[in-house]
Design a protein around this ligand. Structure first.
Ligand code: NAP
Ligand code: GDD
Length: 377
């Protein structure tokens, strides 16, 4: 990783492969933002948005044995170049020392805490780890910012990624006044993160806003979330690259929006004159069954012939219906979604059909097997 003088200390993977991790602060005149979870779906859209607004963007990235920067490679440049506006730093929400060091080095004006073990089903298998990252990880970050405020004259604004999962079994439509009834270790941890944020606002005058975002998807959505799992599978089945799609509960209803719209809401929250909590949603709800129907319709397929039930995808306690009432953010920040359900489904299907066609070309040419093309091998 690069130090303050821009030297490499041996930990950074630098240079021509496009995955260099650089840290030098090289503070210029622009606003600086730190994004935790920059390699995730939302982190990649938010980094694009902030770069377009001339921010210097710093991203926290976990060390892993394979590259995890696929979603941000197109906006990442060699850190040795003079004018690099996206800088990556190794760190982890489970490592408070590293978080403190990075905050002190970057001196951010805005911090977006998006990092999380974000899969609800997985949180039942790894509840303790999920709590460590999602709940205690948020606390670690807030503590690092609180201490940084004490040693500097700065007051970074903080966005905390909360979730509609916190509402759980509360009756829809849900808004900022609806009580929380979390139904998974993930949701319980997000409720804790929400309350940590409110407490730090009240106790230490931190500018921290909670975004209570309903489900938002995109062609960059992780492949184990139901929407992307469906669009990847249907398009691959259409081209003969896969035979079946195994799913769990098709009756659950979600308020699905487009991730690109939702990162704009995050940014607006931090430009507001005071910290607050906002629900971000489309106001429409659709079942998994309807998503399937709609995606299959775009491809002119009959999903009933290819979808099979697998109980492994059921949750010990399910959230049946989420439908957001986002009138507060409409009214106070002027935010509105631009992509509706039908357009979202089509966007994801079109993207994944193109991906499947490229896979098919490789398979037909004998370069890869069907399994390799799917990434399963
Ligand atoms: P995502 O695609 O799963 O991305 C999660 C990010 O967190 C990845 O960059 C991941 O890094 C990183 N991460 C995981 N554990 C970490 C750790 N211990 N330390 C540092 N980084 C870690 O999630 P998303 O859909 O972009 O969601 C962003 C945030 O919004 C999450 O907090 C999620 O819980 C919340 N949220 C999402 C939705 C939604 O519908 N998408 C709705 C409400 C709230 P790797 O790339 O290395 O795995
Ligand atoms: N993942 C998955 N896989 N879900 C399935 C499947 C399957 O094979 N079959 C049915 N489902 C159902 C789930 O039971 C759930 O009711 C619904 O599809 C949506 O599941 P996910 O796409 O995994 O999303 P989620 O709603 O549990 O959580 C997402 O949204 C939250 C906001 O409400 C995640 O992005 C969370 O991080 C986020 O906080």
């Amino acid at each position: 990783m690069n130090g303050k003088n821009g030297q490499t200390d041996g930990n950074g993977i630098n240079g021509s492969n496009g995955h260099g991790i650089g840290g030098g602060n090289g503070h210029g005149g622009s606003r600086r933002a730190l994004i935790t979870g920059v390699t995730g779906q939302d982190g990649s859209y938010l980094a694009e948005l902030l770069l377009a607004k001339d921010y210097e963007v710093h991203g926290l990235i976990r060390r892993s044995s394979t590259f995890s920067t696929g979603r941000i490679d197109h906006i990442y440049d060699d850190p040795h170049r003079a004018q690099v506006n996206l800088k990556l730093h190794y760190g982890d929400l489970t490592d408070s020392t590293g978080l403190r060091r990075i905050i002190e080095e970057i001196e951010p004006h805005e911090v977006y805490n998006l990092a999380a073990q974000s899969h609800v089903r997985v949180s039942f298998d790894q509840p303790e780890y999920t709590a460590d990252v999602v709940a205690t990880g948020t606390l670690r970050l807030l503590e690092a910012i609180r201490d940084y405020m004490a040693i500097s004259n700065n007051r970074p604004r903080v966005y905390q990624a909360c979730s509609s999962e916190m509402f759980g079994s509360s009756i829809p439509p849900q808004n900022e006044m609806t009580s929380f009834h979390p139904r998974s270790p993930y949701a319980v941890s997000k409720v804790a993160s929400y309350h940590y944020a409110v407490n730090y606002r009240e106790a230490y005058d931190l500018f921290v806003s909670n975004g209570i975002l309903f489900n938002h998807e995109s062609p960059r959505r992780g492949g184990t979330f139901v929407t992307r799992k469906i669009t990847r599978a249907l398009t691959r089945i259409k081209l003969g690259l896969q035979e079946k799609l195994f799913l769990g509960n098709l009756d659950a209803k979600r308020d699905w929006g487009f991730a690109g719209d939702y990162v704009e809401a995050m940014w607006r929250m931090l430009q507001h004159d005071r910290p607050d909590d906002f629900v971000v949603a489309t106001g429409e709800t659709h079942s998994v069954h309807e998503f399937l129907e709609s995606a299959a319709g775009v491809l002119d397929m009959d999903w009933r012939a290819i979808v099979e039930f697998d109980s492994r995808y059921l949750r010990p306690s399910e959230v049946d219906v989420l439908q957001g009432d986002a009138s507060k953010i409409h009214r106070e920040l002027g935010w509105k979604p631009t992509v509706n359900f039908e357009r979202l489904v089509r966007m994801m299907v079109d993207h994944d059909l193109n991906l499947a066609q490229r896979e098919q070309t490789l398979v037909d040419a004998g370069h890869v097997t069907r399994m390799q093309a799917s990434g399963d091998e």
